[in-house]
Design a protein around this ligand. Sequence first.
Ligand SMILES: Cc1ncc(COP(=O)(O)O)c(C=O)c1O
Length: 453
Amino acid sequence: MKTPLKDGLQRVMKENRTRFHMPGHKGRQDFFLPLEWDFTEIPGTDDLHDPNGIIQASQNQAARIYGAKDTYYLVNGSTGGLQAALLAALAPGDSVVVPRNAHQSIHYGIEFAGADPIYLMPLQEKSGLLAGPDPVLFRQTIEAKKPAAAVFTYPTYEGVCWDLQSLIAICREHGVISIVDEAHGAHFSFFPSLPQSAVEMGADLVVQSAHKMLPAPTQTALLHRGSDVVPEAWIREALRRTQTSSPSYLLLLGIEEALHWMSEQHDPEELPALEICREAIRALPGIELLEGKRQDPYKFLISALGRGLSGPDLVQALRASGVEPEWQQGDLVLLMGAPYQNRADWTVLAKALEALPIGDDLNGDSIKPWMIQEIPERVMTTLQARRAKRSFVPIEESIGEILAENLTPYPPGIPVILAGERMTKEIALYLSWLKEKKGRIIGGNDRISIVCE
Ligand SMILES: Cc1ncc(COP(=O)(O)O)c(C=O)c1O
């Protein structure tokens, strides 16, 4: 047998680029544990799905670190954790308030729970970046629709934080379960000067990816119960539905090792150094560092249009300087650092940006991911749309049609339109533009499926 996967990864590794993308361990090998550490549920190894030994002791420590009532180790990413949280919190027919820029895992979780979503478009900051929902509109929606739960994305993929505390307070006042997708915020609790974690703010359920911002392997994540509003037994049961019955001990150990490192070895002094790097980037001519009012400093969202560089040109130039970014769309490029990163990497990044050539793209791309501000008409439920007879059309011919499948630019995995919704001109134009730029669209790379009415 040939080994295309291994060969391909080796080719990428040989490029030896500094990793400004997930996972948060950045490819450093310190935590690698050989297969002799991988077990199954035998005497002495405990059982993730019914823990009362070493796994439980490890999870209890994690709960103490984060200030949670209890914490669950996850081996199917935040995806499995968010879906379990939704399955535990919602009964079929319940309604749930969801930010329109929610990750696909949340939309799927709502679908699995048979719940009814009420979408809210998040507020946009001066930089253009999306933040959280408008508190006034949120309160009105809660009072009018009486949902069982509300989901929040905090921080966003780009690292924008916002006043989540007020929204959690509104939820509490109205008996609404607060579920926070904190996939990108597992490091907050380790730094007093970073935005506060949703667990500390008193959210009922919080899900964090360990693999995004902590030095942990891909797929690892944490679910925290911040209150007793959703009973522990319901969470355990839901986790059995969304995760494998054979959780990898290497992944579980990866979570513990990452938390151990964060607790004992990470350098809290690194934030001032990181700020110096950001300051240097802000001062570079022709480079824009896009930030939220409250920003995770590990995320660098950059446009170099002021130097005549399109997004693909910027990526190419960064690669030539040995830097591999996380994401590019239009003129924007996201570079994702993490606490485990070598300090020297930030200098590599700042130098790579300083050395950018001058290009000749003077117009750039006027389309930005946050430009879609409309919520399309929902004609039928997601499930009805998935089960309906379908046909396949190019995006341009789908305007006015009902989608049979979600269309999700990836990364970051945020659907722009969901199954059961009617395609609008604005969304079709956005998707066509993305396709023309060779962006990946899950569900829409080729022809897209629509419901035959
Ligand atoms: C905001 C957000 N939520 C949830 C997820 C899902 O996380 P995971 O990849 O750990 O399943 C992602 C993944 O990128 C994300 O960006």
